[in-house]
Design a protein around this ligand. Structure first.
Ligand SMILES: [Zn+2]
Length: 217
């Protein structure tokens, strides 16, 4: 049933457990000290564990549909995870990464009526509204351009919401936390980062430049 997973696991063991100075042995003996906390979508194509090709111990991973972060509420999975990572592990970099062709954002824009899904993604209506306001074509249709803009605006809204989490606010106040908002452009194979100076998401990766012009305009 799980051959694909176990084949991958065996490759991982071969790569990361071999030799006296193996990465995993060191992490087991000395414990972890990850540099990043990454919040991403549950999408199987945008998994940070895949797209960043990380060594073990690189980041804490948190996933939510659409990489959507709701405002702080005590007792949620994200609140507890951030408390542990920022307050006790002192992780210095927090990355929130959305992605293009995101099914959750499309469901929001299309008005998905599954109560379980809608009751989670509805909090991102504000990001969708901001995206609509930024469109020159105000047509009622859900266009690809609107979805691309919504994916970005919802990352920004989630970044604002992140600041309502006490460990995030505290770490920012103590000047020991950097927060970045990224979008993984799946068709172009590029990472875009929000730049305050231009109020735009700009490519920060250099591969495939011919396609980046198309994706990031
Ligand atoms: Zn997604």
């Amino acid at each position: 049933m799980s051959n694909k997973l176990l084949e991958g696991f065996e490759k991982f063991v071969t790569e990361e457990y071999e030799g006296n100075d193996s990465v995993m042995q060191k992490l087991v003996e000395e414990g972890q000290s990850p540099e990043y906390f990454i919040i991403s979508c549950i999408d199987s194509r945008a998994n940070p564990g895949t797209i960043f090709k990380p060594k073990p111990g690189t980041f804490f991973a948190f996933k939510a549909m659409g990489a959507i972060v709701r405002p702080y509420k005590q007792g949620t999975a994200l609140a507890a995870s951030l408390q542990f990572a920022l307050e006790y592990m002192k992780v210095p970099k927090l990355i929130l990464i959305g992605h293009t062709q995101c099914g959750a954002i499309k469901a929001l824009a299309d008005g998905n009526d599954d109560p379980e899904i809608a009751s989670f993604i509805d909090v991102a209506q504000l990001g969708l509204k901001r995206a609509k306001e930024r469109m020159t074509d105000k047509g009622a249709d859900v266009s690809d351009d609107l979805l691309r803009e919504a994916e970005k605006q919802i990352v920004l809204q989630s970044m604002e919401n992140l600041k309502s989490y006490p460990p995030v606010a505290k770490a920012l106040e103590e000047n020991r936390l950097e927060i970045r908002g990224w979008v993984f452009d799946m068709s172009a194979g590029a990472i875009l980062e929000y730049a305050q100076a231009t109020d735009k998401f700009e490519p920060i990766t250099t591969l495939k430049p011919t396609q980046q012009g198309k994706c990031c305009a």
